[in-house]
Design a protein around this ligand. Structure first.
Ligand code: SAM
Length: 239
């Protein structure tokens, strides 16, 4: 499972950056998350960007403190241009207890089958009163609230849904949550699923080289104004 995530993201660098350049969505998510995290803790010196990808979130958190960018995917991580970089798994963090002031999972915690392990690792490496933040997708919906993928008889689902991410963090932190909604277009949905790691959500059993093409066919006729929803969860450790 983790091996598949790593391989899928290793192949996603170019498409991921193309998507981000066009939509700015992951930058927006990281900024919103940071704005929820910052008021809930004191001074911040060292931040773990857990699941840093190509460094979109690292750049945002780098304005707040010294970042350590951690990711499973060597190819994604190679693109990170700021702060320290560590290839690793956020379920087994290679860091000392209490060595961070903040841990951010920007669009990453839902990619692990056991978010409870990552949440307790985050609690371990945070200092007392340190802050954790995560965002997890709630899907793409039409104006009537229906999921876009239901009518396509497909699921664009992560290994772990947003409620499970929230419950996992609740076990280790005192949390607060909310929902962010982005008005978006069918073209956005198409470009998102042109990222190999995202096409793999729709067609996990197809050979990798067929996934993006099949997703493109599925989504060719999609139109109208849509909403992309994300759940945010922010928590603090006991002081
Ligand atoms: C959707 S990308 C988000 C990247 C970045 N935070 C951003 O805002 O653009 C998710 C990243 O999480 C990484 N990831 C998934 N599971 C992981 C794990 N168990 N440990 C470390 N990184 C992981 C993936 O390799 C991928 O680069």
């Amino acid at each position: 499972m983790k091996e598949a995530v790593r391989t899928n993201f290793d192949e996603s660098v170019t498409a991921y950056d193309d998507y981000e350049r066009r939509t700015g969505r992951f930058t927006a998510l990281a900024r919103l998350l940071r704005a929820e995290m910052a008021p809930r803790t004191g001074d911040v010196e060292r931040i773990l960007d857990a699941g840093a990808g190509t460094g979109v979130s690292t750049r945002v958190f780098g304005d707040w403190g010294r970042t350590v960018a951690l990711d499973l995917s060597r190819e994604m991580l190679r693109e990170v241009s700021t702060g320290e970089r560590v290839q690793g798994d956020f379920d087994h963090l290679p860091f000392a207890d209490g060595s961070f002031d903040a841990v951010a999972f920007t669009a990453s915690l839902f990619l692990t089958p056991d978010p409870g392990a990552a949440a307790s690792e985050a609690a371990r490496v945070l200092r007392p009163g340190g802050v954790v933040g995560a965002v997890a997708p709630l899907g793409w919906v039409r104006a009537d609230g229906s999921d876009v993928f239901d009518e396509l008889e497909r699921e664009s689902r992560s290994p772990t849904d947003a409620n499970t991410v929230e419950r996992a963090l609740e076990d280790s932190f005192a949390v607060q949550t909310g929902t962010w909604r982005f008005a978006t277009t069918a073209e956005d949905v198409r470009q998102f699923h042109a990222i190999p790691a995202m096409a793999a959500r729709l067609y996990p059993r197809l050979p990798p080289e067929e996934r993006v093409a099949t997703a493109r066919e599925l989504l060719a006729g999609l139109d109208g104004t849509l909403e992309q929803r994300w759940r945010w969860v922010v928590g603090v450790t006991e002081t």
